[in-house]
Design a protein around this ligand. Structure first.
Ligand code: PBG
Length: 319
């Protein structure tokens, strides 16, 4: 019996690269940005956090090098100055986002542009939908979310991305978009979104932490696999063009399940806490940042994600 020698195919960099089953290229990465009001603002939430807050006027110079580097797209989150109670004045609150979308589309018309649809950064209470008493109400929230999606579409985003986890919002948003002439605007729905501990740094960047309670009555319980499949198939049926799963590394099994359950494009969001865990460990001298990020993103691709939303898109594209 001759020895099976798998090491032969690992013996040189060129051979390893030839037989690599997955790779990370910028075109499959989407970089998130937090859009704040004002002028001339470009800052990280903390030094080196990778969570960038920009005023609309700063997006052009930020995005052009990423586009030249071949980045897949950018995703915008609005951070309004004034929080409102429950849905009035939304259009005014969206003004910085309108400017940011206009600016980005004029700087880079062909770069796929994604924008978040959710209320947590816009409301006093910081929940993803409207609140009555202590209840996060569903159908009323869906109406406001649909209005928000129509605004974003009318300003020119390619993808509206509902991350709120209300029931029925994909269907309502699709209908609202179609009725207002935005048949070409795609919906990337957060289909499987866990009530996760890993969103902390994002909430700091978006000023969107809930003022009372938690998000467990609308975001999923990390214990559930069958329910994840239901969420996924439901969003597809309601008209989602692409589906998103998050966090990524704690749900690699669900990404694989999703890949096998449907043929729609799959996004995974390597969320703020996942990114900053690596950054903090690297800053403490415990591991190599670049290698840990590469390995994490590769594992997400290997699980079955087509596209990864990640704060690492910027450094990887610019390196
Ligand atoms: C808003 C939203 C959140 C994230 C994306 N959209 C936070 C939350 O649900 O509290 C988290 C992304 C990240 O942590 O990078 N609903």
């Amino acid at each position: 019996m001759t020895q099976v020698r798998l090491r032969r195919l690992r013996s040189t960099p060129a051979i390893r690269s030839m037989f690599a089953e997955n790779e990370i290229t910028p075109r499959q990465l989407v970089q998130p940005y937090f859009v704040v009001t004002g002028k001339g603002i470009k800052r990280e939430t903390r030094p080196g956090s990778g969570l960038w807050q920009l005023s609309p006027d700063m997006l052009r110079e930020e995005i052009l090098p990423l586009q030249r580097g071949g980045v897949g797209g950018v995703m915008l989150f609005g951070v309004p100055d004034h929080k409102r109670d429950d849905g009035d004045g939304l259009e005014e609150q969206l003004e910085p986002l309108r400017q940011a979308i206009t600016e980005t589309k004029s700087a880079a018309p062909t770069l796929p542009l994604f924008a978040d649809v959710c209320l947590c950064a816009y409301t006093q209470h910081g929940h993803c939908g409207l609140v009555k008493g202590e209840i996060i109400v569903n159908d009323e929230s869906v109406k406001v979310l649909s209005e928000m999606a129509v605004h974003l579409a009318s300003w020119g985003v390619d993808f509206v991305c509902p991350s709120d986890m209300m029931d029925g919002r994909v269907k309502a948003i699709r209908q609202a978009l179609d009725e207002t002439g935005h048949q070409q605007t795609s919906i990337l729905s957060y289909a499987i979104k866990m009530a996760s501990a890993f969103y902390g740094p994002f909430r700091e960047a978006a000023h969107s932490a809930p003022g009372f309670g938690d998000r467990k009555s609308y975001q999923m319980n990390a214990a559930n696999r069958r329910e994840a499949r239901r969420e996924l198939l439901l969003d597809l049926e309601e008209g989602a063009d692409a589906l998103l799963i998050k966090p990524a590394l704690t749900n690699l099994d669900l990404i694989r399940d999703a890949r096998e359950a449907c043929d729609a494009p799959l996004f995974a969001y390597h969320v703020s806490g996942e990114y900053l865990m690596i950054k903090a460990a690297a800053d403490a001298g415990l591991l190599d940042f670049q290698r840990a990020v590469d390995e994490s993103l590769l594992s997400i691709r290997r699980a079955g994600a087509d596209v990864i939303v990640t704060y690492a898109a910027r450094p990887l594209t610019l390196r």
